[in-house]
Ligand binder design. Sequence first.
Ligand SMILES: CC(C)(COP(=O)(O)OP(=O)(O)OC[C@H]1O[C@@H](n2cnc3c(N)ncnc32)[C@H](O)[C@@H]1OP(=O)(O)O)[C@@H](O)C(=O)NCCC(=O)NCCS
Length: 373
Amino acid sequence: MIAVRRADSAKERRDFLAVGRELHEGDPIWTPPLYDDLARTLSPDNPLFQDGRAERELYVAYRGERAVGRVLGHVHHAHNQRHGERAGFFGLLECPDELEVARALVDAVAARHRARGLERLRGPYELTISQCIGAVVSGFDEPASTSQSWNAPHLPRLLAELGFAPVYGAKVFRLDDVAGCDEDALLGDKHRAWLADPRVRVRAWDMTRFDDDLHAAMDLLNQSFAENYGFVPLSEPEVEFFARPMKRLVRPELTVFLELDGEPVSVGMVLPDFNVLVRAMAGELWPFGWAKFLLGSRAVRAGVLQFIATSPALQNKGLMRIVLAELVRRLKAHGFTSLDVTWIGDANAKSQAHMRALGMREKHALTLYERPL
Ligand SMILES: CC(C)(COP(=O)(O)OP(=O)(O)OC[C@H]1O[C@@H](n2cnc3c(N)ncnc32)[C@H](O)[C@@H]1OP(=O)(O)O)[C@@H](O)C(=O)NCCC(=O)NCCS
């Protein structure tokens, strides 16, 4: 007998965070979340849950007193407003390979969303379109890198059995051998012409002007992603909330801006793959602490391309290819051996073509699911 409860008490919230650990016990492919970080993201301190932008509920499934599953149910009002729909999301779904548990969790979210007049249930969505979306449906022998989704192989089957249908596809890619990628060969005549233009400057993140470069990168992201699937611009407080802890972890030499007449018009950002460390720490900063995490992150030789963006007015002129070639050169110079990228929609043929041009291979396919409420 499965009972689903809203995670209102401190114990239930602890169960929500910890239940994944029990379910994935002994699985070397699984990467635990950084528990403190996940708790912060889900807390009311997250500006996403302020000013009516979004709301959320956490649910835990119990068999007797034992937590056996969990799910997040959330509504992103800013999404519904922008995209003219009445969608409710689910995410962070963890359950054993038992339809009964999956059904009880999904039904709890569905009932909540239905009571609020929503019409479609979509997920996994963790937490916004700028983070992880979709369930992994292939590539289960390789772990997720930082900012990539992960779930047990049985999840897509359970969702299909619960009446969900695919609504959007995406992929994550990986370059196993950065040293084997010839950055010069990525550039043709049009790129070299840009590089010879005195108005063009290619540079790294300037940590002495951290805020200026953060806002330049976020402005480019908000402008260039405007037409992408499900996009909702990041608000200023959200950028602050997520970027502040990153200040210590970002590798400024691995974010490349291309400036035209002193204005950043193209950007690509690589972070170290923190998941390599998180797996070694089993998700707990204690007893390592941030200082050791920071030190450990300097030794990581795997990178993850977080996003690429070119100002809409200057797209298809070769600028991103220049940024990517410079990133490859820098990754080599700093001893990075592999490069992953976060999800890219199958509808985004241009971006996927860029990844393939780098020599990347498909690592995981992802599917976003939906069913009527
Ligand atoms: C993706 C993006 C960064 C590319 O930047 P860009 O500066 O326009 O890219 P470039 O001009 O260097 O290269 C465009 C290449 O894509 C090719 N291309 C254009 N449309 C394409 C399509 N539909 N399918 C395949 N390739 C396509 C062009 O032919 C060109 O290749 P070439 O240099 O070999 O001729 C830019 O379009 C953007 O900001 N998009 C929105 C943000 C986004 O989707 N980011 C990716 C997810 S993180």
